[in-house]
Design a protein around this ligand. Structure first.
Ligand code: PLP
Length: 464
């Protein structure tokens, strides 16, 4: 058995960590998480933390759920693996597809399974291309997305994403991926403009872009109902009511990226259900298995499905798929996970606890001089820190103010996630109101420490 120090050393020596500064990691080393139960994780030294991020926005049912472990064990014993190429299938995958399509909004009727949100979104890009090729519209291929969006890290998914640091070093985005403005009212709207007017402006921007590029060159638009990794951005009132009809009028497919918003995060089955729109394509991952095992899915509407089906008569196979598509163990875990969510009414619970979380965060911090905006819906929330509350001036990115707060919170036993200077929360859906009080209490303590530190350094003062 290795000691913690030996493991830390080996980690530095052997691991390339995702979204981590290599030099900083070599300097500071890893935090090795060892076990978890409910909403809490524990490190090798025995420190426990309230995981208010549910891992990476994914452990919806919380840690240590024996129902999921048992489903995994039983399926691994019976059939640990078989592929789904060339018409091969397995019972859990079939049952999962039935469950998912029954839950999904609109006419989403078929599911393609993959292993991550990135793969699901990459697959959507390919389905959209296939669809338009099959319809004899080879020029209708561009895909619209938004600044601040996060859709994953494969070449296609990175291109869909609208976060500059993900693009430059990798020579991305690929050609044909266009980004509209972020629907962030607090940052994007001019003084005195209402949310509805801001939504009008975003809709006008979309129409102008379609006019400029030509509807016959634009295949799809992808949207997270609430943007997650871009800073928990809730679109302005009336946004989808304006955007969706424009897409419909121009025969542009709507891809809802529900990788975070799916499975209860907003207090509903899916984000599109919360906002009342019906996507043509929908990506799911994370909460699908509560992160216990990798799995994702692309849900496809009847209309898109029919085009693919008809084209296959002459073309032959749908030439896309992963070795682990429809993996039987992952599918069995997902079925057990969805059953657990249904049994324990976790979407309803998330709506209830989520309303309490939103009210508590706003009530406690909206007036704080360091806080520019508190935002979110259900169990996803963001608190944006600003250098000047009056003018909304942001801190210099080099001051790493958000990161400093998340470090304080971690030391105080709370896991959050800093995205620039927005601190995100996305806790397991099993969270209780007393846990919300604990989050708020620790956050208050962290904010006080940060304020004192920034004042002492002369970076900030409550007077503005
Ligand atoms: C909205 C959204 N889409 C896609 C992804 C990519 O998922 P994965 O990391 O499983 O590839 C993420 C991951 O955070 C996400 O938040």
């Amino acid at each position: 058995m290795s000691t913690t120090v030996e493991l830390e050393e080996l980690d530095r020596k052997r691991l390339l960590h995702p979204f981590t500064s290599i030099s900083e990691h070599l300097d500071q080393g890893p935090l090795i998480i060892d076990s978890a139960e409910g909403i809490r994780i524990r490190d090798r030294a025995g420190n426990t933390y309230l995981d208010a991020m549910a891992g990476l926005w994914c452990v919806n049912v919380g840690y240590g759920r024996h129902e999921l472990v048992e489903a995994m064990r039983a399926q691994a014993t019976k059939l640990p693996y078989y592929h789904s190429f060339a018409s091969m299938s397995n019972q859990p995958a079939i049952e999962l597809a039935e469950l998912l399509t029954a839950m999904a909004p609109g006419t989403l009727s078929h599911v393609f399974f993959a292993n991550s949100g990135s793969e699901a979104n990459d697959t959507q890009v390919k389905i959209v291309r296939y669809y338009n090729n099959a319809l004899g519209r080879p020029a209708k291929k561009k895909i619209l997305s938004r600044q601040g969006a996060y859709h994953g890290v494969t070449l296609g998914a990175t291109s869909l994403s609208g976060l500059a640091p993900m693009h430059a070093i990798f020579d991305l985005p690929l050609e044909g991926f266009l980004h509209l403005s972020s629907p962030h009212y607090y940052r994007g709207a001019e003084q005195g403009v209402s949310e509805e007017e801001f939504a009008d402006a975003l809709a006008a921007e979309l129409e102008e872009l379609i006019d400029r590029e030509g509807a016959d060159t634009i295949a799809a638009m992808v949207m997270e109902p609430v943007m997650g990794a871009g800073g928990v951005i809730v679109p302005p009132a009336g946004y989808f009511e304006r955007i969706v009809p424009i897409l419909r009028r121009n025969d542009i497919l709507l891809i809802s990226d529900e990788v975070i918003c799916g499975f209860g995060r907003l207090g509903t089955s899916f984000g599109s259900v919360h906002f009342g729109f019906e996507p043509d394509l929908m990506s799911v991952a994370k909460g699908l298995t509560s992160g216990y095992i990798p799995m994702s899915g692309c849900l496809v509407s009847d209309a898109v499905w029919e085009v693919l089906r008809d084209d296959s008569v002459a073309r032959g196979p749908f030439s896309h798929g992963y070795t682990y598509s429809a993996h039987p163990i992952a599918a069995a875990v997902a079925v057990a996970n969805l059953e657990l969510m249904r049994r324990d009414k976790l979407f309803e619970k998330a709506a209830d606890t989520g309303a309490y979380l939103q009210a508590s965060l706003r009530g406690s911090f909206a007036e704080h001089p360091l806080v520019g905006e508190v935002r979110g819906i259900g169990l996803i929330a963001g608190v944006e820190l600003v250098a000047n509350k009056e003018t909304k001036k942001a801190f210099d990115p080099g001051q790493l103010v958000g990161r400093r707060l998340s470090d304080h919170l971690l030391r105080l036993g709370l896991v959050s996630r800093a995205m620039r200077d927005t601190l995100a929360f996305s806790p397991p859906l099993i969270l209780e109101k007393a846990d919300v009080d604990e989050i708020v209490g620790i956050f208050r303590e962290g904010l006080t420490l940060l304020s004192q530190e920034l004042e002492a350094e002369g970076i900030w003062s409550p007077a503005g």
